[in-house]
Design a protein. Structure first.
Length: 239
């Protein structure tokens, strides 16, 4: 009998399809992770800023899908809300990363960030059918200016919900005129400092990090990227 004719020791046997099915049954189900983009669609975002944001978001979609594929223990789902004169869901359903497509946004009107917070709070407060254990949601706020409504009251409403309070809140300041003080309040004490984007390249980097880092972090607050820019320092190329 040759060595190739001998049966493999039981401990070294190749796994069968039945073994694979049994392992799949034994594995815990993936934990849902919701990433919500709150996007400033006010008039000050018109032109190059909103075009750059749309381009950056579309470019980041493959990275989100790749990160989700690398972490099968996480079920990444995405929603998008635009706020201007009021707030509306652009992606009203929590869409799996593999099916998510960015819808280009327009820019006009006011900056009703408080309305966006209240709309999100309502979604968080609504009982989800078949509620299950989830990772803390991620809220990515992108804005270039100051709120035009009572954003502080809206934020308080959001933080009064269980999901809003435990969410990882990531503020991205577009251009030099964003309200950094309010963005710090949005992030919360010990949260992530505002990520500042003064050009399209930095914006795409911040969006990519905000959308993918929490997946690997598994519900913890991820370490922020090194932007290479100090507080109060502006890039040579500004929007």
């Amino acid at each position: 009998m040759t060595s190739t004719d001998r049966a493999a020791p039981p401990g070294l046997a190749e796994p069968t399809e039945a073994d694979a099915r049994q392992a799949a049954k034994a594995a815990p189900p993936p934990l849902p992770l919701l990433v919500v983009f709150l996007v400033d669609g006010s008039g000050s975002m018109a032109g190059e800023r909103i075009a750059s944001l749309n381009w950056a978001a579309r470019a980041v979609v493959p990275a989100m899908r790749e990160a989700a594929a690398e972490h099968p223990e996480v079920d990444l789902r995405i929603r998008v809300m635009r706020f201007s004169s009021g707030a509306d869901w652009v992606q009203p359903a929590a869409t799996p990363a593999g099916r998510f497509i960015w819808t280009n946004l327009a820019a006009e009107g006011e900056t009703d960030l408080g309305a966006a917070f209240r709309l999100l709070a309502g979604a968080f407060s609504a009982p989800a059918p078949g509620a299950e254990e989830t990772l803390p949601p991620v809220i990515v706020l992108l804005t270039d200016g100051y709120p035009s409504d009572d954003a502080e009251a809206g934020l308080a409403t959001l933080l009064a919900t269980a999901e809003g309070e435990r969410a990882i809140r990531i503020p991205i300041a577009i251009g030099p005129d964003a309200d950094l003080e309010f963005l710090r309040a949005f992030a919360g004490e010990g949260g992530i400092a505002p990520l500042r984007a003064h050009d399209a390249e930095r914006l795409i980097g911040h969006i990519r990090w905000a959308a993918t880092a929490p997946i690997a972090a598994g519900g913890a607050i991820p370490l922020p990227p090194d932007s290479g820019q100090k507080e109060g320092e502006a890039d040579s190329l500004l929007w």
